[in-house]
Design a protein around this ligand. Structure first.
Ligand SMILES: [Fe+2]
Length: 343
């Protein structure tokens, strides 16, 4: 078996490959590493055949949909997963064959309703059901401490004590543990009485994950994250530096349409000399009147440089092939002490 563990902060993901057939599966891929899995697989001579999520993640963005689309690989989840892009759903006990490897799904609800652990040879990928020295929390949507008790004490902890445990999270840089070691020393597993375990899980008082709503929105729907939206837009537009714009302003000849897409008040309070005003919210509807020549070079600017990127991408999509975005925004321009005009 070819095996790589990829950590992103506290999130752990895994690339598992069959050394004979070179078929591979990625487990719990993180969106921030989407290109890295492809590079790793290429380096190891593997073809990723499946992309698997052990559960609906609430704390980070899954790369399952993106990788699945890029690779033409099925996205594997438990059958209760709400993700509409999941197209290979496993029920408890079912086996996924990846080349010569056999991955067995064990339904282990508790952290979420759709949680599963995946057994592969001498190891088990426990998602957030069992962590090293901990367990997944049960206070987020579809969490259930009663179900987690059954999944842990009735299923996972009954497995071979020598099985290596690879969780979906570890915040202390540890790579893995074993079932036996967890039974012995995991503090949460010392509460072996159901009522005591549930009581403990109900009173952990954990902070909500930073990106909770965005992670659930995107992981449950397959929609884009804000960062993805911005990076997709940025990939479609060229940028012009602040220094170049400053030089054009200095010589009093912009040589392009400088389009400020901020709101009216911000534009009136101070804009780059020569800028034309067209708020982002009205862009598509007023574009024909305000920008009659689609072949002109257009440089879009805003306060921080993000809305201008989105606006420039929209303009390109509408046929303004000369649209570019300012690499920076009016805020940085102002702070550098470059000239501004007021209305
Ligand atoms: Fe989780």
């Amino acid at each position: 078996m070819i095996f790589e563990q990829i950590a992103t902060g506290g999130c752990q993901s895994y690339l598992l490959g069959c050394s004979e057939s070179h078929a591979a599966v990625v487990i719990d891929p993180n969106l921030a590493q989407a290109d890295y899995y492809l590079g790793l697989a290429a380096r190891e001579g593997l073809r990723i055949r499946y992309v698997l999520d052990t559960h609906t993640h609430a704390d980070h963005f899954s790369a399952a949909k993106e990788l699945g689309l890029k690779l033409g690989a099925p996205v594997v989840t438990h059958s209760l997963s709400p993700a509409p892009y999941a197209n290979f759903r496993l029920a408890d006990g079912e086996i996924l064959r990846v080349g010569g490897m056999r991955l067995k799904a064990l339904h282990t609800p508790g952290h979420t309703r759709d949680s599963m652990c995946v057994l592969a040879d001498d190891r088990i990928f426990t998602g957030d059901t069992l962590l090293i020295g901990g367990t997944g929390r049960t206070d987020l949507p579809t969490g259930d401490p009663d179900a987690l008790y059954d999944s842990l004490f009735g299923v996972v902890l009954k497995l071979d004590p020598a099985l290596k445990v690879y969780p979906a999270h570890d915040y202390k840089g540890r790579s893995h543990s074993t079932i036996g070691a967890e039974i012995e020393s995991n503090p949460r597993l010392q509460k072996r009485d159901r009522a005591e375990f549930i009581e403990m899980m109900r009173h952990l008082n954990l902070d909500a994950p930073v990106h909770l709503t965005e992670a659930l929105r995107t992981n449950m729907s397959g929609g884009k994250t804000v960062a993805q939206f911005l990076s997709d837009a940025a990939a479609q537009v060229p940028f012009i530096s602040m220094a170049e714009l400053a030089e054009r302003v200095g010589r009093n000849d912009l040589g392009l349409v400088l389009l400020d897409v901020r709101e009216k008040d911000a534009f009136a309070a101070g804009h780059i000399p020569g800028a034309q005003h067209l708020p982002r919210g009205q862009l598509e509807l007023r574009v024909n009147k305000e920008l009659p020549d689609p072949t002109r070079r257009i440089l879009v600017c805003c306060e921080f440089g993000q809305i201008s990127t989105l606006a420039a991408a929209t303009l390109r999509e509408m046929g303004f092939t000369g649209a570019a975005a300012l690499d920076g925004g009016v805020k940085a321009w102002r702070e550098t002490g470059l000239p501004l005009r007021t209305l």
